[in-house]
Structures are given as structure tokens and as C-alpha cells.
Design a protein around this ligand. Structure first.
Ligand code: 13P
Length: 282
């Protein structure tokens, strides 16, 4: 199958109460680790390319690699720009065969976020590409104690209907207690806020900052209305640990060291497909 917009899969996840994961990838070994897991578990998957890497000259080639590998499976696979930092970058990657883009205007004033998201939606939809935007702001785990834990950046439910209606966005990322990277302190999810947002709009809802949450927290978030979950840092840390371990052996080859990346991705993705309920959905 060629890469496809994940819209249908995430809409199905919303109806059947599970979540489709986005895993950020940076190079070939990680992509192969995700491929191992998604093929074995038959789990629809989004390959995410994080905005600063999408702006590099090799992004077009990386996108082509994902597109080629997606042709080797009949499991639905999407290629998505993660945290698109500008309207221009979102439009540029449409030309690289991305099937979904996230425009991240979460740090901007509301009206500007709406206006920019609308521009991305107009161009992306004309190309058959799905769009995610963020309302509220999911911060960083190392500032969790002073921000996320205190509700700073949380999505204001009063703005949700208007944002969805005026932008025409396909998936909405919201802030209700998660943060990117490892948490400074215990993460606490505001499931009441999530449920209220779920009642107000019928677009699939996205949770960023999967690293550091427990299986129970994932399940509770999915039960309360999350349909797509972004996950990255723990996989990257495990990959680095595996590589350090392999490299400590004097006879280790480059291939032995690189194998640690593939193993970390395939291990984490396999586990998360079971936790998120994505396994055997394709
Ligand atoms: P983590 O790195 O915290 O898992 O978050 C990933 C993410 O949200 C990417 O968009």
C-alpha cells in the first residue's frame, strides 16, 4: 500500500475507542524498527518527522524512504509532519509526499493560530492531506512542576468549537496535563477537561507527550476520548542505551551498534500497540 492520510484510521479509532500512535523517526534503523512492529502487530501507524528535521535538506529523501517501505505492507501507514513550525514548511512538505501535517501555532494568539491553520488546511485539503493543529499548549516535561502541573497552557474548552469550525482541522491536539519529554514530577491528566472537550467537538483528539505516562493513564485518556497519541523520547533514550551497551564491547561493529536503534523502536512500538488497542486493527 502507498502511504495514506491517517484520517480514516483515526476516525475509526474514535468510533471504536482506541488510539493510533505517531512515532517520530529520524533515520533508517528507527523506521525499520517501526516497520517490524507494525507488520507483526498489524497496527495502523503514523511516521512522524519532527519539524526541525523536516526543514533539513535530507527530508525529501527520508520521506521517500518511508513511502517506499509503506509499499511493502498492506497495513495503513501515514507520513506526517510533526509540530510544523510555519505555514511555509507545512506547504513545502506537501511536495514531498507527506499524507498528513501538523501545524503548530499553539504559542500564538488564538486568532493568529486560527488564521494560519486555515491557510494550511486550505492547501493540504486540496492535496488530499489531513491536518492537525494544537489549541492550548503542551509544554516541556522538565518544566512540568511550574507549568503543566499547574494547568498552564491547558486548552480552554470555550474556544474549542470555534477553533474546529473556523479552521476545518481534521485532528485536534489538546493540552490537559501532558508534556514533552520526561516529567519533572508525577504527570497528572485532567480527564474532566478532556471529557468536556470530547463532548464539545466530534473531531479526533490528539495527546502529545506520551513518554512517562503509565499504561493506566493511556487507557484512561483513550476511554475519555483520545484517538491519536504521539510518543518519542522513551524510544530515543532506549535506542541510545542499547547503542552504548553494544559499543562497550570492543569487537562491536557499526552494524551491532545500529541494531540497538531498530530493537528499541520495535520493542516500544509493539508494546504500545497493545496498550493503545491498535494491534490487529488492520
Ligand atoms: P514524548 O517525546 O514526550 O513522547 O512526546 C512526543 C510528542 O509529543 C511528539 O509530538
Amino acid at each position: 500500500m502507498t502511504v495514506v492520510s491517517i484520517s480514516n484510521e483515526v476516525t475509526k479509532a474514535m468510533q471504536e475507542r482506541y488510539a493510533v500512535p505517531l512515532f517520530d523517526v529520524f533515520e533508517m534503523n528507527g523506521i525499520e524498527g517501526v516497520m517490524d512492529a507494525l507488520t507483526e502487530k498489524r497496527a495502523p501507524t503514523i511516521f512522524g518527522i519532527y519539524s526541525p528535521y523536516a526543514a533539513l535538506p535530507n527530508c525529501r529523501a527520508l520521506a521517500a524512504y518511508v513511502r517506499c517501505r509503506a509499499e511493502d505492507t498492506d497495513v495503513p501507514v501515514s507520513l506526517m509532519l510533526d509540530h510544523g513550525a510555519s505555514v511555509e514548511l507545512c506547504l513545502e512538505v506537501l511536495g514531498y509526499g507527506f499524507t498528513d501535517v501538523m501545524y503548530d501555532g499553539s504559542n500564538l494568539p488564538l486568532e493568529e493560530n486560527i488564521a494560519n491553520t486555515r491557510r494550511v488546511v486550505a492547501a493540504a485539503h486540496a492535496a488530499g492531506v489531513g491536518v492537525e493543529a494544537e489549541l492550548g499548549h503542551v509544554g516541556m516535561g522538565d518544566q512540568y512542576d511550574s507549568e503543566g502541573r499547574r494547568g498552564i497552557g491547558f486548552t480552554d474548552p470555550a474556544n474549542v468549537e470555534r477553533f474546529v469550525e473556523q479552521t476545518g482541522v481534521d485532528f485536534l491536539a489538546i493540552a490537559f496535563g501532558t508534556a514533552h519529554g520526561f516529567y519533572n514530577g508525577e504527570p497528572h491528566l485532567d480527564l474532566d477537561l478532556l471529557s468536556e472537550i470530547r463532548r464539545r467537538v466530534d473531531v479526533p483528539l490528539v495527546m502529545h507527550g506520551g513518554t512517562g505516562l503509565s499504561d493506566e493513564q493511556f487507557r484512561a485518556a483513550i476511554a475519555a476520548g483520545i484517538n491519536k497519541i504521539n510518543f518519542a523520547t522513551s524510544i530515543m533514550n532506549s535506542a541510545a542505551d542499547n547503542m552504548r551497551l553494544a559499543a562497550a564491547k570492543p569487537e562491536a561493529s557499526m552494524f551491532d551498534i545500529h541494531a540497538g536503534i531498530r530493537a528499541a523502536y520495535s520493542h516500544w512500538c509493539s508494546d504500545l500497540y497493545e496498550t493503545f488497542g491498535t494491534a490487529r486493527r488492520a
